[in-house]
Ligand binder design. Structure first.
Ligand SMILES: [Zn+2]
Length: 313
């Protein structure tokens, strides 16, 4: 203790005695620095801007900042864009995916569903600034949207509680909410979206929840290949153009899916629940009774039993 006080006193003495000298030093150097700055003004400024853009590509990508609407920003999608996945944090420690990105029940599911329990901590995937903290009773429930420095925006939906406020700066791994079952959801889970300029990208291209890791150091987005893929997807859906909207659709957890089954399997199989009929399953999965019968060699009068596994492709 005495040693600490002594050290403190010594440090205080040193800093006091050196302060005036340092101050003068700084003043003496200030003028030349100012002149130099003027001389290289534009070049230096441009370098600073370039550096800033490198560190924060989102500054270049988005021209607006909207707290009200999750999907309102009209931003021109770049032809290609490299999203750095370094310094990430998995939004949840859960490794169980209950629903995949993409076509589901004849509509588009814009994110991944990850099994979480009410009260589980949900964390910011990267550093950034919270853009939206809102409640949408017929959709996302209690949700948070974060715009990250790497250009990506992440959405966290159906939470039981939001732990951040709009315009708050967050670091990767900061708790932003608690797992829940709010909004259009049955069964507690996290609906997680990754968007670039409003366009939903498959989070599985970046985040591997099963291995609790990112897929690579970078994810490179190419507008051309994305448009090709969505054109095919839209042809299948009978719609044209890219889809920017919310279109969350009924975010119902696949309660029938075995927790350890991979999401690829879950999208191909259906475990029959008590009371389900071929018709209700076909409706739920966006297919027809005939298609299910054909794939599973069933007859019109075949009885379904609970636990029976049906194939879908
Ligand atoms: Zn979902």
């Amino acid at each position: 203790m005495i040693q600490k006080i002594k050290t403190f006193a010594l440090l205080a003495m040193i800093s006091m005695s050196s302060l005036p000298m340092m101050g003068q030093d700084l003043l003496a150097h200030q003028a030349p620095v100012d002149r130099r700055m003027k001389a290289v003004d534009s070049v230096a400024l441009q370098r600073l801007i370039d550096f800033d853009n490198l560190e924060n590509p989102s500054a270049d990508l988005y021209e607006d900042w909207d707290n009200m609407h999750a999907h309102s920003h009209v931003t021109v999608l770049p032809d290609s864009f490299r999203i750095s996945l370094k310094n990430f944090c998995m939004p949840t420690t859960s490794r169980v995916l209950t629903s995949n990105f993409g076509a589901r029940w004849g509509r588009q599911h814009k994110g991944l569903d990850i099994k979480v329990y009410i009260g589980d901590t949900i964390r910011a995937a990267f550093a950034g600034k919270v853009r939206v903290v809102r409640y949408e009773g017929r959709g996302y429930g209690k949700y948070v949207v974060i715009r990250h420095d790497n250009g990506l925006e992440t959405y966290y939906a159906h939470m039981s509680k939001q732990l951040v406020v709009e315009d708050q700066e967050v670091r990767a791994g900061d708790p932003i909410g608690l797992g829940g079952n709010t909004g259009r959801s049955t069964g507690s889970h996290l609906h997680f979206e990754t968007r670039l300029c409003g366009v939903a990208l498959n989070p599985a291209l970046m985040f591997d929840f099963r291995n609790q890791d990112v897929v690579d150091d970078y994810y490179v987005f190419h507008k051309s290949s994305y448009q090709r893929e969505s054109a095919v997807a839209n042809r299948l859906r009978g719609v044209s153009g890219m889809s920017f909207g919310n279109d969350l659709d009924e975010d119902v957890e696949l309660a029938t899916a075995a927790p350890e089954a991979s999401y690829v399997q879950e999208s191909r199989f259906h475990k029959v629940k008590r009371g389900e009929t071929l018709y209700s399953i076909a409706h739920k999965r966006g297919t027809t009774v005939d298609a299910i019968m054909k794939l599973n060699h069933l007859k019109k009068n075949s009885k379904l039993r609970p636990g029976q596994i049906l194939k879908f492709n």
